[in-house]
Design a protein around this ligand. Structure first.
Ligand code: UTP
Length: 408
């Protein structure tokens, strides 16, 4: 793209300021800036033109879950089936590690957080440890795909190399980098991060499959014969990965996807709830719930919308490939965005100062024809580290680690 073409693209959208320092840049920087502008998706700006509107939901109905008791009863059969799939290399794992962990405020990739007290124990290490337990049980490696972002890819890959993949087989680890989206001020003007760089941030965890495909890894998936992908978050220390019982249950149920869920701690708990929307599986976020959804109970007094998701999903590759090019909803989120001010000084705001655009993996559930809602025990499988202190923090995760006999 030439300078003139860039200007032609930006001017109608009122974004010419992105070229303000063009004349001061080296040739290489000019080229880089032009290619960023070329790749820029200006249609995202439409989403904030008339104020931020959340995506509208359809008709919501409850969706039960296969419960802990039911799973316990059929555990052996499920486990056998899951292990067979793992041994046939039909199950891969996808670690979502492209986020910025802004709530935690840790300046390195979140997986590099040391959760240990008496010894070093990194989040990445604990996750690999959990996966290795399955590898050992199945006596087969599980291909592990790790999504990073432009912002943390170098640190993450170097860390894995330095730590010798925490004992995992590097031949079965594949890194890929997710896409970025522009960050904008409340006035709709895209921020700059430096004179030659637009302010961008990872575009949410929803684009993981298309980013994986873009990185050429679909060929690898086909070559290996992977039919299922277990997607999970980086920040849950108790995360069970490629859990054979979960895999077996989803296959046995004949579903195209499965979601691990926990019974809500209280009706108002701030979790996304798995339910049906217009007859298809869907997740309603806590801020989208009506009073009726929050409090409705069945005749036995149980909450009708009782099962919260924990970001651990199993997706069939065939369906993922089919829906890959369908457009996902884009969520507009308020965040603190570092930006260049009028004097070309970098400002790191203390308060949110604009919007980022994100696609979310939970929206993928609604693109599936069906989904096995699979209950797990919260205290055994869910200890996310989102905040510095309090709810879902390092503190609370350590308590749960101790409860589960993990030395740290
Ligand atoms: P969160 O929604 O908790 O976001 O991510 P975050 O970026 O880690 O933290 P905050 O909201 O800024 O505090 C849930 C999972 O999705 C991944 C995260 O790394 C985490 O494993 N994620 C999130 C991505 O891989 N890419 C993204 O763009 C966003």
């Amino acid at each position: 793209m030439t300078y003139e073409e860039a200007l032609q693209k930006l001017a109608p959208a009122g974004q010419e300021h992105l070229l303000r320092y063009y004349g001061e840049l080296s040739e290489g920087e000019q080229e880089s800036l032009l290619s960023q502008i070329e790749a820029l998706d200006l249609s995202l700006l439409e989403l904030i033109k008339e104020g931020v509107q959340e995506v509208k939901k359809g008709k919501i109905e409850p969706l039960g879950a296969v419960t802990l008791e039911e799973i316990e009863e059929k555990k052996d059969g499920y486990e056998k089936k899951g292990l067979q799939a793992i041994q046939a290399c039909k199950v891969g794992a996808v670690l979502l590690a492209g986020g910025q962990g802004t709530r935690l405020g840790f300046d390195k990739p979140k997986g590099m957080l040391n959760v240990g007290v008496n010894r070093e124990l990194y989040l990445f290490e604990q996750l690999i440890h959990n996966l290795l337990a399955v590898v050992k049980q199945a006596d087969a490696w599980v291909p592990l795909f790790i999504m990073t972002s432009e912002k943390n890819n170098e640190d993450t890959t170097r860390f894995f190399q330095e730590k010798k993949y925490f004992g995992y087989n590097p031949d079965y680890v594949y890194f890929f980098v997710q896409d970025m989206a522009p960050s904008v001020g409340y006035d709709g003007r895209i921020y700059m991060e430096s004179k030659a760089k637009l302010a961008t941030s990872p575009n949410g965890n929803g684009g993981w499959f298309s980013s994986l495909a873009k990185a050429g890894l679909l060929d690898k998936i086909r070559e290996l014969g992977v039919e299922w992908l277990n997607v999970f978050a980086v920040d849950n220390v108790l995360q069970k990965i490629a859990d054979p019982v979960f895999v077996g249950a989803t296959i046995e149920a004949g579903c195209v996807c499965g979601a691990k869920v926990v019974a809500k701690a209280e009706p108002e708990e701030r979790v996304g709830v798995l339910c049906l929307e217009d007859g298809k599986p869907s997740i309603v976020e806590y801020y989208e719930m009506t009073d009726e959804i929050i409090h409705s109970r069945d005749e036995d007094g149980r909450l009708l919308y009782n099962y919260g998701v924990i970001l651990n999903y199993l997706f069939g590759v065939e369906t993922l490939t089919r829906i890959m090019n369908e457009r996902m909803p884009v969520h507009v989120v308020e965040k603190k965005i570092p930006y260049l001010d009028e004097n070309a000084e970098l400002v790191k705001p203390e308060e949110p100062n604009g919007y980022k655009f994100e696609e979310l993996v939970l929206d993928m559930i609604h693109m599936m024809d069906n989904c096995l809602s699979y209950e797990v025990e919260r205290s055994r499988e869910f200890a996310p580290i989102k905040n510095r202190t309090g709810v879902d923090s390092l503190e609370s995760a350590r308590e749960l680690m101790a409860y589960n006999g993990i030395e740290f």
